[in-house]
Ligand binder design. Sequence first.
Ligand code: PRX
Length: 569
Amino acid sequence: MSSITSGERLILASEHKEKANIESVDATSFHWNDEFDQWRARLQGKWNAAYECIDRHVDEGRGDRVAMIYVNDDIHEEITYRQLKNETDRFAVVIKAKGIKRGERVFTLLPKTPNAYITVLAIIKAGAVAGPLFEAFQEDAIFERMYNCDAKMIITDAQLKSRVPSNKLPALEHVLIDGEGADKEAGEYHLQEELESVSKESAAQVTEWVDENEGMIIHYTSGSTGQPKGVLHSHRAIVQQKKTGEWVLDLKENDVYWCTSHPGWVTGSSYGIFAPFLNGATSLINTGRFDANEWYSYIERFNVTVWYSAPTAFRMLKAAGGQELIERYNLSSLRHVLSVGEPLNPEIVKWGYEQLNVRIHDTWWMTETGAQLIVNLPNQTIKAGSMGRPLPGITVAILDESGNQLPRGLVGQLAVRKGWPSMMREIWKNEEKYRSYFPYDGEWYVSGDLAYQDEEGFVFFQSRNDDMINSSGERIGPFEVESALITHDAVIEAAVVGKADELRGEIVKGFVVLHPDYEESPALLEEIRLHVRGKLAAHAAPREIEVLKELPKTRISGKIMRRLLKEQA
Ligand code: PRX
């Protein structure tokens, strides 16, 4: 490995710890359509992402490989692809037996345990659409998503079930409880009991063969206006998820891969479920919150080779201690490290290079894009501060406000030419929103990010082009938080913006106008903060709340001027 500093910029030449999977690929002649044609020829109309993730490995003699290593304090469990097949078969039978039909939505609300993965795959195997929810979501956040989606079933556990407002969800027919604590009188089912009654014969034929364009998974994600939107991906997304797993994650047969995201987020599904299992890798699944010592110890204990995490986590590791902390662990198994979700600071790339002895490879994509689009490939030079270059077969442009392409070096709207395999299929029940991503004659997908591209094609993120907040890589829409804020009796009006923060990138900052009957006090502000936390999730609750006499608004439309408040924050 060699590094040079050009001007202020850190440039890391490609490393050759091992031959990368992408090495022999001719990027200029690669077309996703050719890739598609191969899949279509092979599958002959019989698509099912869960089959490709699991059963194919068993059918092709790789059933004894370990699919998941689960670690939670003293628990350490290993699950092979064959076991994963048997489990998902039986789960899928239960889902079908409850009357769930192809294309209907089944949600999961589970901590990051093997069942969070098994249930999502089983739902997909049964031909239904999986709606994995982040485990920290609270009642209002869960309600908005399940209601919008007409969810028919949810699989949750005794700890989390109280957050599911079943009585307010008319489409919800079944609540399945994983583990103890099913309230049968209230109509809940005990999942394990249901699994016991599944016959071998029914399990053997459970896979529902679907068309490549049928719904597979739905993730709700925030924009700058309105409630979160349901981004639906179809089975065809696996074409790109598999290839990027091979090229960008560089997954090989003996890799132990660790994606730190929960399956409720798109990183935790596209690269926590699909990409690793499609490539037959072994995935480490960890429960619990961030802890620097624990995280380093996982790498050592399980010989993690490929690691996909986020800038906030790297910043937290850096803040937790320098060389003396790192030297307590043997991290030499790491051969490929990647980042996603928010801007990766050049200092962090430098830290990784100097302290962890790895190059951290940034990747850019979105919930809507389903898979990575701008990447730092393992065999290529990294420019610290850049998200990388377009993946082979992907065309990126920087557009001005009228949709004209800007020359290299100028900042504009980051756009991607339509037509990559894992592009979202639809925005649930919101055709207008879907169309808004393609404003210029439909050719370009406009991301909402501002960026520029240098002469060599490296893309540099600048900021969002809207009011969306990115805290620790989690996407937060101001409207959802404002709506929760004003449900507190003391709050008449509210506006929410992102405030720059060294550790988290941004934090959520709320501005509120108080009801005249209430007096501002630290206790009241804390109460309001906890109120939002209890309704949405910890990451969405404002870390700071400031009281204003009135909110700045545009004179004509009366819209809140969040930009002014952001400057003030
Ligand atoms: O603003 C960009 C930021 O995260 C947004 C997408 O968020 P989400 O849909 O939650 O998906 C996150 C994980 C795929 C983008 O519009 N973002 C994502 N990756 C990067 C990034 N910002 C800077 N650098 C990145 N590598």
